[in-house]
Design a protein around this ligand. Structure first.
Ligand SMILES: CC(C)(COP(=O)(O)OP(=O)(O)OC[C@H]1O[C@@H](n2cnc3c(N)ncnc32)[C@H](O)[C@@H]1OP(=O)(O)O)[C@@H](O)C(=O)NCCC(=O)NCCS
Length: 171
């Protein structure tokens, strides 16, 4: 498995694996998982760390409050369990090697992460989040992710989330 020669077509994602992933692990800032194919070739990697979805009511008062209500309703969060922040895990990085793209590996990874978080029940985690690249928005939408806000519509990345309760509901 050759970490240095991994190529997903995005230099930042390639460099993260080659140069930074080990340090993130050593500093307890992110755990990187490698996915290899049968022939032991490195097909993909992803990195996870803890996160939270936060609603800051001091900023844009009523608008944020409304947005928070919509979010709670949409995700069927019980009235008594509504909070200003919810526990989450972030997909810090996710990259499939160019020669393995569009073979279902990205979906397989997301499904595995969702399942792991819901099944282990070692710690409370309601949402999976990602700062999605513009070119990958459709991929995350197809995997059940939604946009948290419209405020980042013109940014390079958009914050998206997946409600892990949907995995439980589908059992
Ligand atoms: C984006 C990426 C992770 C997708 O992984 P993948 O293994 O190629 O995707 P899959 O084969 O699992 O695709 C699952 C579904 O998403 C669709 N899809 C895949 N990439 C897509 C994209 N970039 N835009 C829109 N839809 C996409 C597939 O067509 C498939 O849809 P279907 O179920 O209707 O057939 C991968 O292409 C990649 O690593 N790209 C370069 C790095 C990158 O952009 N990473 C994302 C960082 S946020």
């Amino acid at each position: 498995m050759h970490i240095q020669s991994f190529d997903c077509g995005d230099p930042d994602l390639n460099d993260f694996l080659a140069d930074d992933a080990k340090d993130y692990y050593a500093q307890l800032m992110g755990v990187t998982y490698l996915v290899e194919c049968k022939e032991k070739e490195l097909a993909a990697y992803y990195c996870l760390f803890t996160d939270k979805i936060v609603f800051d009511f001091s900023d844009k008062g009523d608008y944020k409050r409304k947005w928070w209500q919509v979010f709670n309703k949409k995700n069927k969060i019980h009235f008594k369990k509504r909070r200003k922040s919810y526990p989450a895990v972030k997909i810090g990085r996710l990259a499939v090697a160019s020669n393995f793209e569009r073979n279902g590996i990205g979906r397989f990874i997301l499904d595995a992460v969702k399942f792991m978080l819901v099944e282990s029940r070692n710690i409370g985690c309601r949402f999976l989040t990602v700062d999605a690249y513009k070119n990958a928005l459709g991929f995350y939408q197809k995997n059940g992710f939604d946009f948290l806000s419209t405020e980042d519509e013109n940014e390079d990345t958009r914050l998206m989330y997946f409600d892990l309760k949907n995995v439980v509901r589908s059992y």
